[in-house]
Design a protein around this ligand. Structure first.
Ligand code: ZN
Length: 159
C-alpha cells in the first residue's frame, strides 16, 4: 500500500469518525488522556461484556486534537471492538511497537491502524497516534483494578 492510501485512510477517519461519542450507556470506565506536546485531549469510555474471557462490548472516544490523534483513536475503536481484554492489550502493544519503528506482528488485526505506520517517521507526532491506544490500555487496566475513572497526562518520557 502506498503512503497516499494511508494518508487517505487517516483523513477518512478524521472526517468521518467511527465510535465517536461523548457518552456511553453502561460504561464501566472513563479515562481522560492528554498529550501536552500537541494539545490533544481525549476521553475514552469502555463497556465490558462479562464472561471468560471478558470482552470489549463497546468503546467510544471523544476529544479535541490534531487529525492524527483523533483519526488514530477512531481506527483503534474499530480494531478492538469485540476483542477480549488481553487480546486488545496485545494489539495495543503491537501498535505501540509499530510506532517505535519495530516490526508489526499483527498488521492485519490493526485494520486501518496500519495506516499510521508512516507516522513513526515523525517523532513529534508519535504521541498523537498513540494517545487513543494508550487510553485504551489504561481503561482496561483501570477496569481490571476495579476503579472507575481518572485522568492521565502524558509527559515526555511516559510512552
Ligand atoms: Zn496531536
Amino acid at each position: 500500500m502506498t503512503e497516499d492510501l494511508y494518508h487517505d485512510i487517516i483523513l477518512d477517519h478524521y472526517r468521518a469518525p467511527r465510535n465517536r461519542a461523548s457518552d456511553l450507556d453502561g460504561a464501566h470506565v472513563h479515562v481522560h488522556h492528554n498529550n501536552p506536546l500537541c494539545g490533544d485531549e481525549l476521553d475514552l469510555r469502555l463497556r465490558v461484556a462479562p464472561g471468560e474471557p471478558a470482552k470489549i462490548d463497546a468503546v467510544v472516544y471523544d476529544g479535541e486534537g490534531c487529525s492524527i490523534s483523533m483519526a488514530s483513536a477512531s481506527a483503534m475503536t474499530e480494531a478492538v471492538a469485540g476483542r477480549d481484554l488481553d487480546d486488545a492489550e496485545d494489539l495495543a502493544a503491537s501498535f505501540r511497537a509499530m510506532m517505535h519503528g519495530e516490526a508489526v506482528d499483527r498488521s492485519d488485526d490493526l485494520l486501518d491502524g496500519i495506516a499510521f505506520s508512516g507516522v513513526a517517521k515523525f517523532p513529534v507526532r508519535v504521541k498523537c497516534a498513540l494517545l487513543g491506544w494508550m487510553a485504551l490500555r489504561d481503561a482496561i487496566a483501570t477496569f481490571e483494578q476495579g476503579e472507575e475513572s481518572h485522568r492521565v497526562t502524558h509527559e515526555e518520557p511516559s510512552l
